[in-house]
Design a protein around this ligand. Structure first.
Ligand SMILES: *Cc1c(COP(=O)(O)O)cnc(C)c1O
Length: 381
């Protein structure tokens, strides 16, 4: 806390409120943490995605593959540039994009793919990169929820052409307002993104490109730079919380955890739960680590019942426990996209009716975790 106050006073006294030395310091620290050459501080995770697409020249007539089961910004950034988001179904095990479905939706107009690393866990990046290579697609990793998580020991965001992070206060590295970061190993793309961040001007007031104002505040960068060395510690506590939930809940009647090695047998293609399952716990997939930005369970509704997920959420709230739905409407069903050709994403439809995220933040105490478990047990019995 004292460190935040000291840093704030220093930035206020400096009079440098946008970009500048504190931003460059934070960019260097983050690039080193992720293992990339370039990090470009921006105004939000949304703007990081937009800037990446702009730097890659995505626009009118282009198609971009992206999951339907994600936060709106992933597809919103594509549509704002006049390109078409092509919605891909989810894996019923990880809830990340289903690369087989992405492959079926490639057309001659497809220019890029945006794998989202949902809830703090990597999408199937080996398959995404193989698909991108086969069809010559650019890859923008939406790592807004997954800064610090890895896939095959590489930090997420460092695998594709670009990686985008968000420091929205609910992310694992939460800021004190809106902020984001774009990373890349490509020198030319980094230069272009830096220029586009300041209205495409280089030098100042001379514009060869049309960019925007995507700048990060110095105060955000300075405060986030104080937090960054603690990030792996926050992850560790989230992991322990997740482990505790799994330990307390697995093995109870009706509670199942999807088994990655049995993924072809255990869960049907449309994502419907196995027989008798009432609550499905999240699964950690192999060859990656999970930073648990969310601990998201699926609450299964039986035939003739009202939505059990909504009932559990109301039950938890009654017990003073916050539980959120990420996300209640898949993007292919959003009103703003209804003029587009209908997309077939049955797993996303199932997930949207069933997912519920339980409290997982690092500061949770053992007795608070027990309260959540107790409330779940009283609901399930
Ligand atoms: C939070 C988030 C974003 C957007 O980040 P903002 O900083 O809120 O603009 C984009 N994609 C995903 C998956 C997110 O979770």
């Amino acid at each position: 806390m004292d460190e935040f106050r000291l840093v704030s006073e220093r930035v206020l006294a400096s009079g440098q409120f946008i970009l500048g030395k504190d931003v460059e310091q934070f960019e260097r620290a983050l690039a080193q943490y992720v293992g990339v050459k370039h990090a470009i501080g921006v105004s939000s995770g949304t703007d990081a995605l937009l800037l990446a697409l702009m730097a890659l020249g995505i626009g009118e007539g282009d198609e971009v593959l992206c999951p339907s089961f994600t936060f709106f910004a992933t597809a919103g950034a594509v549509a704002r540039l006049g390109a078409r988001p092509v919605f891909v179904d989810a894996s019923p095990i990880s809830y990340n994009l289903n690369v087989e479905d992405a492959c079926e939706k490639v057309t001659p107009a497809t220019k890029a793919i945006i794998p989202v690393h949902l809830y703090g866990q990597a999408a199937e990046m080996a398959d995404v990169m193989a698909l991108a290579k086969e069809f010559n697609l650019k890859v923008i990793e939406d790592a807004a929820q997954s800064l610090g998580a890895t896939y095959a020991r590489k930090r997420l965001g460092s695998i594709g052409d670009f990686g985008a992070y968000s420091f929205f206060p609910t992310k694992n590295l939460g800021g004190f307002g809106d902020a984001g970061m774009l990373v890349t190993d490509d020198d030319a793309l980094a230069d272009k993104a830096r220029i586009l961040r300041v209205h495409g001007s280089q030098p100042k007031y001379y514009h060869s490109l049309i960019g925007g104002n995507f700048r990060i505040d110095a105060l955000q960068a300075a405060l986030l730079n104080v937090k960054l060395p603690h990030l792996d510690g926050y992850h560790q506590r989230r992991r322990e919380n997740a482990q505790y939930y799994i330990e307390k809940l697995s093995g109870l009647p009706g509670v199942v955890q999807s088994d990655y090695s049995q993924r072809d047998k255990q869960i049907s293609k449309d994502g419907k739960a196995p027989r008798g399952a009432r609550l499905i716990l999240p699964t950690q997939c192999p060859n990656r680590d999970h930073i648990w930005n969310q601990f998201t369970v699926r609450v299964v509704t039986g035939a003739g019942e009202g939505n059990r997920r909504d009932a559990l959420r109301a039950h938890l709230i009654q017990h003073g426990i916050g539980a959120e739905i990420y996300y209640p409407v898949p993007l292919h069903k959003q009103a703003c996209f209804k003029q587009m050709a209908p997309a077939d994403c049955p797993v996303c439809d199932t997930l949207a009716h069933e997912v519920l995220s339980l409290p997982i933040f690092p500061e949770l105490t053992r007795s608070q975790l027990d309260e959540v478990v107790g409330a779940l047990l009283s609901f399930l019995k």
